[in-house]
Design a protein around this ligand. Structure first.
Ligand code: AMP
Ligand code: FE
Ligand code: FE
Ligand code: ZN
Length: 281
C-alpha cells in the first residue's frame, strides 16, 4: 500500500493530537505519507517531520488557510511550502490576529449572555502560551465552556452558542480572498489546493477557483459523498489540475472522531510528485 493522507490537524491548531502522534497513527494505518495541514500555522511541521524520519513516513509540509469569498468561508490548502519563508510566516501571523480578534468577539458575546468565560480560560484550554504561533478557534472555546460546566459537551456548546446563527456566533471577519491565499502559497514555493469543495454549498465555486489560480481540488474528503468525489475528480482532471484527498482528521473526543480517522481518505503517493512539480513552477 502506497497511500498518503493529505489533510490532518494537530495541537498546533484545533487537532487533539500532537504532530508526532499523527505520524505514528499514519504509520499504524499503513500509510506511506501524511501532510500536516493546520489552520493558519505551520508550527506543527517540525515535530511531525522528526517523527516521520524515525518511522519512515514521509511528512509533507502543509497549511490550511482560511479565506472568504462573497461571504463564504473557503479553505485553501498549501503543500510543500517552505515553512521558514519569512513572508509566509508574517502573513500567517496576520491571519492569526484576525482569528484572535474574532475569538475575543465571541467571548464578549458570551459575557453579554451571562456566561463569564475569559480569554485566559480559553488560552489555557488550548494549552497555549500567549505569543506562540499556534491557532485558537471555536473548538477551544467549546472545550472551555465544557470545563466551566456551562454545557455538557462541545457539540452542545456549538448547538447553543457557537454555531452559525446561534447567539454567540461572530461571522469570520474580513479575511483574505482565496486568490490571495493561492499567491501566498505560490510565493512560499508551494502548490495551492481548494479544500473540501463539497462543503461550500455552491458548485459554481470550484471551477471559478481553479480558473483563478488554484492548482487542484481536494476531491476526496471525509465529508464528501462518493458522487461528489467523482464529480470533483472529473472537474479537476478536465481542467488539467491536480486531484488530492485526505481525512481532515482532527482527533477523537469521547469516541467521536472529527471528520474521520487518519487514512479515512487518501491518494496514491504519486500525487506527491505532481504536487512538487506544481510547487516548483
Ligand atoms: P473556527 O475556525 O474557530 O471557526 O472553528 C471551526 C471549527 O469548529 C471546525 O473545524 C469544526 O471543528 C468546529 N465546528 C464548526 N461548526 C461546528 C458545529 N456546528 N458543530 C460542531 N463543531 C463545529
Ligand atoms: Fe479545524
Ligand atoms: Fe477546512
Ligand atoms: Zn482541515
Amino acid at each position: 500500500m502506497n497511500r498518503v493522507d493529505l489533510h490532518t490537524h494537530t495541537t498546533a491548531s484545533d487537532g487533539l493530537h500532537r504532530p508526532a502522534d499523527n505520524v505514528r497513527m499514519a504509520k499504524e494505518a499503513g500509510l506511506a505519507g501524511i501532510a500536516v495541514t493546520d489552520h493558519d500555522t505551520v508550527a506543527g511541521f517540525a515535530e511531525a517531520a522528526e517523527a516521520g524520519a524515525k518511522l519512515g513516513v514521509e511528512v509533507v509540509p502543509g497549511v490550511e488557510i482560511s479565506t472568504s469569498y462573497e461571504g463564504r468561508e473557503i479553505h485553501v490548502l498549501g503543500y510543500f511550502i517552505d515553512c521558514s519563508d519569512p513572508a509566509l510566516l508574517r502573513r500567517l501571523v496576520s491571519q492569526r490576529r484576525v482569528r484572535d480578534a474574532r475569538n475575543e468577539g465571541i467571548i464578549a458575546r458570551l459575557n453579554e449572555l451571562g456566561v463569564a468565560l475569559t480569554l485566559e480560560e480559553v488560552v489555557q484550554e488550548a494549552g497555549r502560551e500567549p505569543g506562540r504561533d499556534e491557532t485558537i478557534g471555536r473548538p477551544h472555546i467549546a472545550a472551555a465552556l465544557v470545563r466551566r460546566g456551562v454545557v455538557a459537551t462541545a457539540q452542545e456548546a456549538f448547538d447553543r452558542y457557537l454555531a452559525e446563527g446561534k447567539p454567540a456566533y461572530v461571522a469570520p471577519p474580513d479575511r483574505i480572498s482565496p486568490f490571495e491565499a493561492f499567491a501566498w502559497i505560490h510565493e512560499a514555493g508551494g502548490a495551492a489546493i481548494v479544500a473540501h469543495p463539497g462543503l461550500y454549498g455552491d458548485d459554481r465555486l470550484p471551477p471559478l477557483l481553479l480558473a483563478g489560480g488554484a492548482d487542484g481540488l481536494e476531491a476526496y474528503h471525509s465529508d464528501h459523498a462518493p458522487e461528489q468525489e467523482a464529480r470533483y475528480r472529473e472537474l479537476a482532471e478536465r481542467s488539467g489540475k491536480l486531484v488530492t484527498g485526505g481525512s481532515d482528521f482532527h482527533g477523537a473526543r469521547k469516541g467521536k472522531v472529527y471528520h474521520g480517522p487518519i487514512g479515512n481518505r487518501s491518494v496514491g503517493a504519486e500525487v506527491l510528485q505532481r504536487l512538487r512539480e506544481r510547487a516548483r513552477r
